[in-house]
Design a protein around this ligand. Structure first.
Ligand code: TXA
Ligand code: MG
Length: 321
């Protein structure tokens, strides 16, 4: 990460360069009609891990995948009739659909935090659209603010809080809507409004009928609290310093205990960004018989380690049902 981000404008060669940067795994802030986003290649676990690092997100909150149109979106999520009608009515625009993840979905597991659902949005801002076209892949983008601070509606906001952690910024005017997208979850029969936002509830209700209000109370329902959080089938054992022959070992660093049935290393060089990028993919790979348990080595509770440990603790917690 550079200490001074590259400042790019709306000229075609600038957008072209931003697209190249995204493809190369860089973090590029860009304007959307809702708020500025912190964009990276959604198909790369490493690029996505760098977003979490840049934001200082305490957990791997899932990210929205931004695509150019419904056709591209249909490679990512499973669209039923309702989803299709909403997309045709409100895209491009400030609406995010949470849908079951498509079998062939190319988006990194880390971007959807290991959940079986994926959040998809087609922004209307011309620079955002041009960037997606140039990158030629889905762009994962949370709001471009440090975790726990207000969402940025100008390039200035972004530079004030994140200039040390981004590689480039596409500068456009202030975000027209200034409020994040409305998020609706269509994974179950009953649609659920997860986050009120730039598209009004009444606009949605005109299409879907009355919306269930019970689970939102106008408050963002943090996926960190979702019951459906990633949980492996096998039990997890944390802080493993030794292993038995029936266990699969999720290792970290170079000093690895011997004797496990299988080993995958999150990062042999103890790099937490690399470890974050590998976390969900490695857990998935080890979560099978004949292993009886996944033993996980200690991950330092610093930087992205906090988020990694948060996820591992949740995955290891006793199942409620
Ligand atoms: O307007 C916006 O949506 C902006 C611009 C940049 O597009 N993005 C944005 O992203 O607000 P972010 O990460 O700050 O908020 C997205 C929220 C997450 O906090 C999470 O609650 C929800 O979307 N989300 C993402 N994927 C989800 C999933 N698979 N299931 C449930 N909620 C999800
Ligand atoms: Mg945000």
């Amino acid at each position: 990460m550079s200490s001074k981000p590259l400042i790019l404008g709306s000229a075609p060669e600038d957008v072209n360069q931003a697209g190249d940067l995204i493809r190369a795994g860089a973090i590029v802030a860009f304007p959307t009609e809702t708020v500025y986003g912190l964009g990276a290649d959604a198909t790369s676990d490493t690029a996505v891990a760098r977003i979490f690092a840049a934001k200082g997100r305490p957990r791997f909150n899932p990210l929205i995948a931004h695509v150019a149109n419904l056709e591209e979106a249909m490679h990512l999520g499973v669209f039923d009739k309702r989803a299709r009608v909403l997309a045709e009515t409100f895209w491009p625009g400030p609406l995010t659909l949470v849908l079951p993840r498509h079998k062939g979905c190319p988006v990194a597991l880390l971007a959807s935090a290991g959940l079986p659902a994926i959040a998809i949005r087609v922004p209307s801002h011309p620079l955002a659209r041009a960037l997606i076209r140039e990158a030629a892949r889905p762009i994962a983008a949370p709001s471009a603010n440090r975790s726990g601070t207000a969402s940025p509606t100008t390039a200035q906001h972004v530079l004030q809080s994140l200039s040390a952690s981004i590689d480039a910024i596409l500068v456009g005017g202030p975000a027209e809507i200034g409020l994040e997208s409305t998020i609706i979850d269509l994974c179950d029969e009953t649609p659920r409004l997860l986050r009120p936002g730039g598209l009004s509830r009444t606009a949605l209700e005109d299409v879907l009928g009355p919306l269930d209000n019970g689970r939102t109370d106008g408050v963002v329902r943090a996926p960190g609290q979702l019951a459906s959080h990633y949980a492996p089938n096998l039990p997890l054992r944390l802080n493993a310093a030794s292993v038995s022959a029936d266990e699969a070992l999720l290792a970290f660093g170079s000093n690895i205990p011997l004797g496990a049935a299988a080993v995958l290393n999150l990062s042999a060089s103890a790099d937490l960004v690399e470890a974050a990028a590998n976390l969900f993919a490695h857990l998935h790979a080890l979560d099978r018989g004949p292993f009886t348990r996944i033993a996980v080595m200690t991950i330092p509770e610093q930087d992205l380690g906090e988020a990694i440990n948060d996820r591992l603790r949740r995955a290891a917690a006793p199942r409620e049902s």
